[in-house]
Write a protein that binds this ligand. Structure first.
Ligand SMILES: Cc1ncc(COP(=O)(O)O)c(C=O)c1O
Length: 380
């Protein structure tokens, strides 16, 4: 993989969007839409860079949010359709969302019953997330499988009987993570076979995210055929809401070597960190690719790359390089748009907790609470 032509004087660490790669990824979405007539939304939980939204607006039909802050971001910064789903809504959230989002999805018969009146009174479309019981997550096992045993996501087929589907506009079935085409097509077929009665009562079906359409080797043809067949069978609008699949391999995290150290192995300490700047490296876990580096031992000089934080486990991985590393060397981590900076801001737009002190005299003092402005400010 060739090194991108970045300015020598750039400040690090930096997340850098590669505009050309994003445009290439958008072409895949454009083809999918052209050949199937579906809608494609951006899941802002995976990536939200308002400065780049103008590049997407022509192709992408809108955004899908995980709560109030992301919905507001989609409304104010993207400016097309706004969809929102959360496993449960907090007090007043649906009332506020009814003023922001076009489509509000509910996780359970209970949430639907509680809020359908509010959503409908505001003229919003209502969706219900089902748990299709389809496990094909290809990343991280049960940790990333919305249909893992005991999952809190979506209404199971059994519980679907408690829902008045005639009042519901959209059936939502998100079950994938970094799926190849067989995952995408398998989900579509599974939902068609198992939820036909429900689908016949709604106007649209949303097959969620996790369709890794821009992953090298993802074959779009079977997905196009499955979507065409589904639309023929049910004559409903179809929506996909990928996040990662739109920004895979569309940018980097650029870091600098701060020090070289030795403890049984060569260690390089960087001005970045797995726990603060690439949390998925520890959570999934996985070892990100670095331009010019290989697996340990494959090239002449092997190093453990460690972060700048105090956490012992803040280790990015072990890599080998053709030349000895020097202080000041720049390292370029690839595929660092998806689930990177959105995670070290306020993932899913989840508001930050207040900072407070319980004083000795019993008074409770809020030192600082953080609102939408803090979330928005951190996205640039
Ligand atoms: C409901 C829903 N939609 C869409 C997505 C986006 O998935 P991805 O970024 O894997 O495409 C997610 C990811 O967790 C999700 O939970």
């Amino acid at each position: 993989m060739p090194a991108p032509n970045l300015p020598a004087t750039m400040h690090t660490p930096a997340y850098v969007l590669d505009e050309a790669s994003l445009k290439r990824n958008l072409e895949t979405a454009a083809r999918l839409k052209r050949e199937t007539g579906i809608k494609v939304l951006l899941a802002t939980k995976a990536w939200a860079m308002p400065a780049a939204f103008p590049l997407m607006r022509e192709t992408i039909d809108g955004t899908t949010a995980s709560g109030e802050y992301e919905a507001r971001l989609g409304r104010e910064e993207f400016g097309k359709e706004v969809h929102v789903y959360a496993p449960a809504y907090g007090p007043g959230e649906v009332e506020r969302l009814a003023g922001i989002a076009d489509h509000i999805y509910f996780n359970s018969p209970g949430q639907l019953a509680k809020y359908i009146g509010t959503a409908k009174a505001a003229g919003r479309k209502v969706g219900v997330r089902v748990n299709p019981g389809y496990s094909m997550a290809t990343l991280g096992g049960a940790l990333y499988d919305p249909c893992a045993a005991g999952s809190r996501f979506g209404t199971t087929k059994q519980e679907c009987a408690r829902i008045a589907w005639g009042e519901v506009d959209i059936l939502h079935a998100h079950a994938l993570c970094e799926a190849r085409e067989e995952g995408s097509t398998g989900l579509i077929q599974h939902v068609a076979e198992n939820f036909a009665d429900e689908i016949r009562q709604v106007k649209a079906v949303n097959f969620g995210g996790g369709h890794f359409i821009n992953r090298p080797g993802y074959n779009l043809e079977p997905l196009i055929m499955a979507l065409q067949e589904f639309k023929r069978a049910f004559d409903v609008e179809v929506i996909l809401e990928p996040g990662a699949g739109l920004v895979v391999n569309a940018g980097w995290l650029v870091a600098t070597v701060l020090d070289l150290h030795w403890n049984e192995k060569d260690i390089a300490i960087l001005d970045t960190s797995a726990s603060t700047h690439m949390p998925d490296v520890l959570e999934v876990p996985y070892t990100p690719v670095i331009v010019g580096a290989k697996k340990p031992g494959e090239l002449a000089h092997t190093y453990v790359l460690g972060g700048k934080t105090c956490m012992t486990g803040d280790v990015i991985g072990e890599y080998s390089f053709a030349e000895r590393l020097k202080v000041g060397d720049r390292l370029i981590f690839t595929d660092m748009m998806q689930y990177s900076f959105v995670k070290n801001t306020t993932f899913n737009g989840t508001p930050l907790p207040d900072l407070s002190i319980l004083r000795e005299n019993g008074t409770y003092e809020v030192i600082r609470s953080y609102g939408y402005e803090e979330f928005r400010r951190r996205l640039g």
